[in-house]
Write a protein of this length. Sequence first.
Length: 580
Amino acid sequence: MESAFEQDGCARKKWWLWGGGALVLVLLIIVGCPCKRTPPHPAMRPETVAAYKAVPIADAQREIAAWRTVATDTAVAKTVVARDNSGAARLLVPGAVELPCVFSKMRSDRACWDLVLPVNLAEADGLAFDFWCGDVTQFTGFSIYFKCGTGWRHTEFSPLKEREWHRVTIPKARVRTQEGKPTGWETVSAIRLCGWRGGTNDTELAVANLSFAAPPKTNTVEELAAEERQNLAWLKRLPTKKGEWRGFWCHAYYGLSGKSWAETIGLLKTNGFTAVVANLAWAGTAFYQSDVLPVAPQVATRGDQLAACLAACRAQGVECHVWNVCWNLGHHATKGLQDKLTKAKRTQVCFDGTVRSGWLCPSHPDNLAYEIRSFVELAKRGVDGVHLDYIRYPDESHCFCAGCKSRFESKYGLSLTNWPAQVRQDTDVKALWREFRITNITALVRGVSTHVRREAPGVKISAAVFQNPETNPGAIGQDWADWCRKGYLDFVCPMDYNYDSAVAFKGVVFSQKRHLAEATVPLRPGIGLSCWKDDRRHDARRVAEEILAVREAGLDGFCVFNLDARAIPVLPLLHIGPLK
Ligand SMILES: [Zn+2]
């Protein structure tokens, strides 16, 4: 049996399947790989330890300083222990190690090393280190774990640069996830670093100058101004790309606050965008005259928002895609509607029996028909596209309503004696349950595709989907790679929002592209502007960097989330930059 050390510290879902390439590797080893680039030696920073002399963490300083005296490969092998068949760490210079990611040979979904470093981090702000990331397109993300007692603390981090040494800081405040029951920060016995596999090419990481996290640096006014000038000059130098699909999700039902739809669409058009994806429908509310969905009362006073948005798009030559939230009734649905649907047993029930009256049950045939009708109605209004969102279950704990039980039993000829626990405990039933949930969600995508193409040919069908095509089917019933392979969609927008850098975004996009290799459906990644935690001064630069990553991946477009007050100052900067 594996020790707990090997089994734990793995709280991240599996990404990509292993593929071949071992033969190529052998040949490359024999003849020497022309593309292999060993990280250059980093500049060593004795000050990173010395800077903390004032802080009462002398023990921890000594421990980290001791780690930095590791000066031979033998010593490195004892201190930096490779896990999951990852390559053995190699010494670059004392205090700096190279971590080879042998993805062509490994079956594991991550390359992973433990810095066996008992350290008391109770008084420290966190951890900092210099990081070097080789081919970022081979990774879908990076994690740091702290082993405390028998449990772990965990967070993800993103490299900020490719093939260039740069400082990464991990403030303790960001380390929120736990596995098992970790003891206090004074009991850290190992620090685990993981690079999550996105591809099958070998590459390498490197770490140096491990120290405590420095408090955030405050820039002077002069430094801020200089940075702004540099960003502007950089943006101006960027090339544009002809024929690119450039969408913007717009959550606002009435256009941008204080602006008409004509002004809202005008802002997109003037600044180089080609499409709006406007959220005008939820399962419980339409912001236009609908014969299928309940109509928002404001439509009577503020007018039909679909008509207004569409007219503005037509006048300015911008594509109009309507974003319709599936299953979720939305915040504007009345209590009366929720009660009526719950009474009709059309809403979801959680594993623990709680009624989720805001979500329609996907396996209920009336709900499926209702959703399809809402998309067909929209498509026939003359829009360029219909866009499925929330095309999934809320999570693994839904839906366990009585209707799901009987429809599940009748579909597979089962008679369950221990519902709902049986679908989690019995391996065979569990596999069927997984398939049942995927089938229910896919039925809506297939239904929309069939009916919209028949009744409103030419209208594009697209979907906003979660990031991970491999784990999404089991977790939320969303098998979007399958929808792409079967041609149900005309394009797909993974919501690639939750990364700290454009470099990490790029790794995810390349992995998604590889996953869709057999499909011809365009992948148009979602850029998460309004979800980023970073300092807003860098918004335009970061959107531009992600657009460049989309282009580098050879994709034909992207969609930015979301058109709001934060986006307004970014638009003209993109226009002088990659959207000239
Ligand atoms: Zn149900």
